[in-house]
Design a protein around this ligand. Sequence first.
Ligand SMILES: NC(=O)c1ccc[n+]([C@@H]2O[C@H](COP(=O)([O-])OP(=O)(O)OC[C@H]3O[C@@H](n4cnc5c(N)ncnc54)[C@H](O)[C@@H]3O)[C@@H](O)[C@H]2O)c1
Length: 256
Amino acid sequence: MANRLKGKVALITGAGMGQGRAAALLFAKEGARIVVGDINADAGNETVALIKQQTKSDAVFSKCDVSKELDCRRLVKAGLNGFGKLDILYNNAGVLWKSIDKSVIENTEENWDKVIGINLKGPNFICKHGIPALLKNGGGSIINIGSISALAGSTIPQDAYNCAKGALIILTKSIAIQFAKQGIRCNIIHPGMIDTPMQHVYMKNPQWTKAVEDDIPMGRFGKPEEIARVALFLASDESSYMTGAELIVDGGFCAK
Ligand SMILES: NC(=O)c1ccc[n+]([C@@H]2O[C@H](COP(=O)([O-])OP(=O)(O)OC[C@H]3O[C@@H](n4cnc5c(N)ncnc54)[C@H](O)[C@@H]3O)[C@@H](O)[C@H]2O)c1
């Protein structure tokens, strides 16, 4: 199947690398024009260049720290200025800072605020400014990226991250219910361990990597494209009766 997103415009946060870049390239190959948002301008501009080289589609970049409301508003505006409408909001940007995000009894207020700011306030701001654009357009699809960390506690605590991702589940459902009759669908994907720059810092430790792989029924990390393909289904009209749903994509980790 090709052109599954023909004529659509997709805004993707954190599209400079990892899962966000994989989704940006896949969505563009399927006919969508892409609004790339990232805090890292070099990475975001590189994604735009790759889209132009590898696909027949188009893309624009706007530098955006999703924890800042004005940046999110500017990203939405960049999409509207560039392509005249938005059909898909993909809240992918996130940070896992195991060095500063630890147990509830250790986390500083500053670090808690930073982690919650990016992982939870970010999707909130993108929805706040993006939903009016979707409504003008008769609806659309919102995809939030959660985590299996939202479904079970971590043996080594990362409490701010897990709380942010957990709260994103109920934000997803609330948006799904509020806007269902106006044609907006909102779903959340929970990735398992995915081989992206986020994990590369930890994957440098072969013992850690082996232990993680041994704990996954499929015995391996997922690829960013394996999340992007699920997101493509949610972004496309093929999932037209799905809203408020949680999809776990984790090589069987949560099935244990
Ligand atoms: N990789 C995993 O194992 C894994 C597992 C579960 C969930 N997730 C989630 O998947 C999503 C994508 O993660 P990834 O693995 O591709 O990570 P990544 O670190 O490889 O890429 C994240 C991207 O987000 C950007 N970014 C970081 N902070 C930002 C900010 N404040 N504003 C805008 N952009 C920002 C980065 O520059 C980068 O381009 C995240 O929400 C993450 O929490 C990842």
